[in-house]
Design a protein around this ligand. Structure first.
Ligand code: PEP
Ligand code: MG
Length: 905
C-alpha cells in the first residue's frame, strides 16, 4: 500500500500542473494544466492525483488530508467563478472526470453537472434563461450519477426516457419540453430511491465526494481491467480525477461541441479534420443521436470561434510537436478547450508524421524514432484482408503468425505439396503439426491447426517462414482421416473448399476474402527504392525512419535461418549474419532415413557408414549457406532435438508390427525399429536425450557435423569466399560437457585444416538455455567464445512451463487473472528469466571480457525484449527473417531513447 507523508500534496489546481506530470495527474489532468499555462481558454478546475487513488484502492478509504485539500481548491474555484457549488440562485456546476496516465477511452467513469439539485435547478434555469435546458441537465445528472455512482441499472432510466417519448408521441430527446423533463426528473428520483433505498443526494458536496470515490473505484471495473490487460497497462497506476467547471454546448444554436485533429490521423496530412455538433453536449456526439457536420462547416456557423480554434490548433501542434486531438465546446459563442492529447494514429500515419515533423524542424531523428514502434512496422508488413470485403466467419483461434492467406483446404502435407505443384494455393489444416509436415507447410499459403499455442510447432515454424498461421482453433473440429473440418455452426469444410485465415486476428473465414499486398515488404525485398523521388509516400517514410534506426543502433541484428533462400531474404531485410542455423531442419525428408540408420546402427561400421553418407549432404548445405552470407557470421548449432523425433510414431509402429505379426509377416527391420523406438522413448523428451547430451552419447555425430562445417568453410575459402562460421553447442548445463565437445571439435578442425592446406577460424560457443548454465556462466565462459541465449528453453526451464503445451492450456486463465499481461514465451520475463540473462552476461564477461553475447530465442524479434537485450549489453539479437526490420527499428529506438531533442510526450 502506498504510504502517505505529511508533505504529500493530493490536489493540484490546473494552474499548478504541466504536461510532464502525467504519472501524478493522469494524461487529461496534465494536458489541461499545460493548456491553462499556455493561456488557452480552459474552464478552471483542479486535479486529484493518482497517488490519492492508490491510497484509496490500497486502504479502502481516501487519504485523510484529501477532504481539506479538496475544500481549499473548491473554495478557490468558487471565488474565481463568483458562485458556489450548487448555489441556489446561480449554481456552479462541475464535471468529475477520470483520467489515467495512459488513455483508456470510455473505460472509466465520468459524471457531469455535479451541483444541481432540487434547490438549484430553478437558479440554473433563470441564469441560462432556458427552463428546458435546466431540467434536461438535472435529469442527465440523476441518470449518470444513478448509474455510475449508485450502481443503478442504466436500462431503467433508458426505459423511463423511452416511455416519456412514447407518451408524447415523439422520437427524439430534444422534442421533450421542460414540463416533460421535470416529470422525468421525479421519475428518475423514484428509480434511485427504489433501487438504492436512499434518496438522490441533494447536498452538492456529497454529490462531488461520492462521484470522486466512484471514479477511483472505476479503475478496478471489469471493463478497465480487461482494457489494461489488452493494452499492457500496469494495474497499479491508479487514475487521477479532474474536477472542472461546467461549460455548456447545449444552450442554443450559438453553442455546440466538437472534436478536432491537428492532422489527419489516417494519412498524417495537415488540414482541418474533425466533427462539430451544434447545440449539443459531448455525450450526444458519442451517442450519435444527431449527425455531426465536418469541422470545416464551423467556419460558416461561427466564424470567430472557428478562427480562434484554428489558431489554438497551430499553437498546440507547435507546442507538443506532434499530432494533437482536441475536444472543445462553444458556449454561446465562447470557445472552451476541454481536452487535448497527443492523438492516436494509424501505423502508416505514425511513420509519415514522424518524418514530416523532422522536415518541419520540430523534432530530430532520435525523437522521430520514439514516434513509431516495431509493432506498427510489423502491422505495415503483413498483407491484409480488404476491410471492405464481406466475409463469413467460421471460427477463431490463436493469432500465431500474422498475415492473410487464402487457399483450398488440404488435410495432409502430401496433398499440400501435390496440389501446390499443380499450381493450387492451399491452406494446410491439421490438428497439430510435426516435423513431418515441413514440406506441406512450405507448400502452403498458410497453416491452420486446432490444437497448440503460440510456441507450438506450427506457430514457431510458420513464424520462421513468415507464413500466416492460426493455431489452437479448438472450436473447429479437424478430422484429417475424413478430410474435413466442422465449424461450430455446423458448416463442414471438405478438402478443396476455399478458406481464408487471418494470422493477425486468429479469424478463419469461409471462401475467398480479397487480400491487399504490403508495399513495405516490396521495399524491404529490394523491389522498390525507398529513396527514389517517386516512391510511395509511406515507403519513403519507412525508408527514412529505418535509416535513422540503423544509423544509431548498437545491437546488431542477425537471422534465424537454415537454408540459403531464407539466408538471402534475411540479408535483403538487413540481417548482419545468421545467429541460429538449426541443423535438425537439414535432416528431414529423405535424409531422415539416414538418421534412422545412424540411430539403429548395431556396429561401429554401420554407424560410420551412416555418418559418411550424411557428411556430404551437410557439407553442401553449409557451402550454400556460407555463400549466401559471405562475409557475415553464421552460427551453426549442432543437432538439438531428441532422437525419437527422427523415428516413426511409437503407436503407429506398434500397430503395424502387431498386424504384421498376426499375419506372420513381421519384418525383421520393423522389429528392430520398434525395439529402438521403445529404447529411446522418453516421458519427458524436452528434458531428455537432446542437445549436447546427444553429441556425447552418439559417437561421431557432432564430429561429423563439425567436419561438414569445417570442410564447407575451407571450400568457400579456397573458392575466394569469406566464410565466417561459428559452431554452437545446445543445451549445455556444465562446462565439462562443453570441454569434451571442444576437444573433439578442435581435433576434427585441425584434421580438415591440414587436409585443405588452409587455416580456419571457427569460434566455438554455447547456448545458454538452462538455469544451471546461466548460474555457472562464469565457468562455462572458460570453454566458450560466445554465448547465445536460448530464451525459449530458458523460459521453459525457469518457469517449469512446457513450451509446447501451456499456451494452449492454462495461459488464458493466467492472462485473465492478470498473473502476467503477456506470455513469457513472447516477451522476455525481465524479473525472472531476464535477471538470469543479465547475471550470466555479466559473469561470462567477467571471465572472458571479449565474450560475444547474443540471443536467438523467439524473443530476439519481440519489440519489448529487444529493448531489454539492449539494456543488458548483448551484442546482437537473432530472429526470423521477417522480424528483422522490426528488430532493427527497435534496436535503433532503444539506442535513441532519451536522446531526442523534444521528448514532449
Ligand atoms: C531456444 O531454446 O531459445 C532456442 C533458440 O532453441 P530451440 O528453440 O531450437 O530449442
Ligand atoms: Mg533451445
Amino acid at each position: 500500500m502506498p504510504e502517505t507523508t505529511d508533505q504529500q500534496k493530493f490536489v493540484y489546481d490546473f494552474t499548478e500542473g504541466n504536461k510532464d506530470l502525467k504519472d501524478l495527474l493522469g494524461g487529461k489532468g496534465a494536458n489541461l494544466a499545460e493548456m491553462t499555462n499556455l493561456g488557452l481558454p480552459v474552464p478552471p478546475g483542479f486535479t486529484i492525483t493518482t497517488e490519492a487513488c492508490k491510497v484509496y484502492l490500497g486502504s479502502g478509504s481516501e487519504p485523510t488530508a484529501l477532504r481539506d485539500e479538496v475544500s481549499a481548491h473548491l473554495e478557490a474555484l468558487e471565488k474565481r467563478m463568483g458562485k458556489k457549488l450548487g448555489q441556489a440562485d446561480d449554481p456552479l456546476l462541475v464535471s468529475v472526470r477520470s483520467g489515467a496516465k495512459f488513455s483508456m477511452p470510455g473505460m472509466m467513469d465520468t459524471v457531469l453537472n455535479i451541483g444541481l439539485s432540487d434547490a438549484s435547478v430553478a437558479g440554473l434555469a433563470s441564469q441560462a434563461g432556458d427552463e428546458r435546458f435546466a431540467w434536461d441537465s438535472y435529469r442527465r445528472l440523476i441518470q449518470m450519477f444513478g448509474k455510475t455512482v449508485l450502481g443503478v441499472d442504466g436500462e431503467l432510466f433508458e426505459e423511463a426516457l423511452d416511455e416519456a417519448k412514447r407518451a408524447k408521441g415523439v422520437t427524439t430527446d430534444v422534442e421533450l419540453g421542460a414540463a416533460d423533463l421535470k416529470r422525468l426528473v421525479e421519475e428518475f428520483k423514484g428509480i434511485v430511491a427504489e433501487e438504492t433505498g436512499r434518496d438522490f443526494p441533494q447536498e452538492p458536496r456529497e454529490q462531488m465526494d461520492l462521484a470522486i470515490r466512484a471514479v477511483f473505484d472505476s479503475w478496478n471495473g471489469d471493463r478497465a481491467k480487461l482494457y489494461r490487460r489488452q493494452e499492457r497497462i500496469p494495474g497499479d497506476l491508479g487514475t487521477a480525477v479532474n474536477i472542472c467547471s461546467m461549460v455548456f454546448g447545449n444552450l442554443g444554436p450559438d453553442s455546440g461541441t466538437g472534436v478536432a485533429f491537428t492532422r489527419d490521423p489516417a494519412s498524417g496530412h495537415q488540414g482541418v479534420y474533425g466533427d462539430y455538433l451544434q447545440n449539443a453536449q459531448g455525450e450526444d456526439v458519442v451517442a450519435g443521436i444527431r449527425n455531426t457536420v465536418p469541422l470545416a462547416d464551423l467556419e460558416r456557423i461561427d466564424k470567430a470561434s472557428y478562427a480562434q480554434l484554428m489558431q489554438i490548433m497551430e499553437t498546440l501542434e507547435t507546442h507538443y510537436k506532434d499530432l494533437c486531438d482536441i475536444e472543445f465546446t462553444i458556449e454561446r459563442g465562447k470557445l472552451w478547450m476541454l481536452q487535448t492529447r497527443v492523438g492516436k494514429r494509424t501505423a502508416g500515419a505514425a511513420f509519415r508524421i514522424a518524418t514530416q515533423l523532422v522536415d518541419q524542424g520540430l523534432i530530430d531523428e532520435a525523437e522521430a524514432l520514439q514516434r513509431v514502434t516495431g509493432a506498427q512496422l510489423a502491422q505495415l508488413m503483413f498483407p491484409r484482408f480488404d476491410e471492405k470485403a464481406k466475409a463469413d466467419l467460421l471460427g477463431r483461434g490463436i493469432a500465431a503468425s500474422p498475415g492473410a492467406a487464402v487457399g483450398r483446404a488440404v488435410f495432409d502435407s502430401y496433398t499440400a505439396v501435390k496440389w501446390s505443384r499443380s499450381g493450387e494455393k492451399v491452406i494446410l489444416i491439421r490438428r497439430e503439426t510435426n516435423p513431418d509436415d515441413l514440406d506441406g507447410m512450405i507448400a502452403s499459403e498458410g497453416i491452420l491447426t486446432s490444437r497448440g499455442g503460440k510456441t507450438s510447432h506450427a506457430a514457431v515454424v510458420a513464424r520462421g517462414m513468415g507464413k500466416t498461421c492460426v493455431c489452437g482453433a479448438e472450436e473447429l473440429e479437424v478430422d484429417t482421416k475424413q478430410r474435413k473440418m466442422t465449424a461450430p455452426g455446423g458448416v463442414v469444410i471438405q478438402e478443396g473448399d476455399v478458406v481464408s485465415i487471418d494470422g493477425s486476428t486468429g479469424k478463419v473465414y469461409l471462401g475467398e476474402v480479397p487480400v491487399v499486398p504490403s508495399p513495405v515488404v516490396e521495399y524491404f525485398e529490394g523491389r522498390t527504392d525507398g529513396a527514389a523521388q517517386d516512391a510511395d509516400e509511406l515507403v519513403k517514410a519507412v525508408h527514412r525512419v529505418m535509416t535513422y534506426a540503423d544509423g544509431g543502433r548498437r545491437l546488431q541484428v542477425r537471422a534465424n535461418a537454415d537454408n540459403a533462400e531464407d539466408a538471402a531474404r534475411a540479408r535483403r531485410f538487413g540481417a548482419q549474419g545468421i545467429g541460429l542455423c538449426r541443423t535438425e531442419h537439414m535432416f528431414l525428408g529423405e535424409r531422415r532415413e539416414m538418421v534412422e540408420r545412424l540411430i539403429l546402427a548395431d556396429h561401429e561400421d554401420e554407424r560410420d557408414e551412416a555418418l559418411k553418407a550424411l557428411l556430404p549432404l551437410q557439407k553442401s548445405d553449409f557451402v550454400e549457406l556460407f555463400e549466401a552470407m559471405d562475409g557475415l557470421p553464421v552460427t551453426v548449432r549442432l543437432l538439438d532435438p531428441p532422437l525419437h523425433e527422427f523415428l516413426p510414431d511409437i503407436t503407429e509402429l506398434s500397430v503395424r508390427v502387431a498386424l504384421a505379426e498376426a499375419r506372420e509377416e513381421a519384418h525383421e527391420n520393423e522389429l528392430r525399429l520398434l525395439q529402438a523406438v521403445h529404447k529411446l522413448h522418453e516421458q519427458n523428451p524436452m528434458l531428455g536425450l537432446r542437445g549436447v547430451r546427444l553429441g556425447l552419447v552418439i559417437p561421431g555425430l557432432f564430429a561429423m557435423q563439425v567436419r561438414a562445417i569445417a570442410e564447407a568453410a575451407a571450400e568457400r575459402l579456397n573458392a575466394g569466399g569469406d566464410p565466417r562460421a561459428e559452431i554452437m553447442i545446445p543445451l549445455v548445463g556444465t562446462v565439462q560437457e562443453l570441454e569434451i565437445v571442444r576437444e573433439e571439435a578442435e581435433r576434427v578442425i585441425a584434421e580438415v585444416e591440414q587436409a585443405a592446406g588452409t587455416g580456419l577460424r571457427l569460434p566455438l560457443g554455447t547456448m545458454i538455455e538452462l538455469p544451471r548454465a546461466a548460474l555457472t556462466a562464469g565457468q562455462i565462459a572458460e570453454a566458450a567464445e560466445f554465448f547465445s541465449f536460448g530464451t525459449n528453453d530458458l523460459t521453459q526451464t525457469v518457469w517449469g512451463f512446457s513450451r509446447d503445451d501451456v499456451e494452449a492450456s492454462f495461459f488464458t486463465a493466467y492472462l485473465e487473472k492478470g498473473i502476467f499481461g503477456v506470455s513469457p514465451f513472447e516477451t522476455i520475463d525481465r524479473d525472472g528469466v531476464g535477471s538470469l540473462v543479465r547475471a550470466a552476461a555479466e559473469a561470462g564477461r567477467a571471465t572472458r571480457p571479449d565474450l560475444k553475447l547474443g540471443v536467438c530465442g523467439e524473443h530476439g524479434g519481440d519489440p519489448d525484449s529487444v529493448h531489454f537485450f539492449h539494456e543488458v549489453g548483448l551484442d546482437y539479437v537473432s530472429c526470423s527473417p521477417f522480424r528483422i526490420p522490426v528488430a532493427r527499428l527497435e534496436a535503433g529506438r532503444a539506442a535513441a531513447l532519451g536522446k531526442g531533442d523534444s521528448d514532449s510526450r
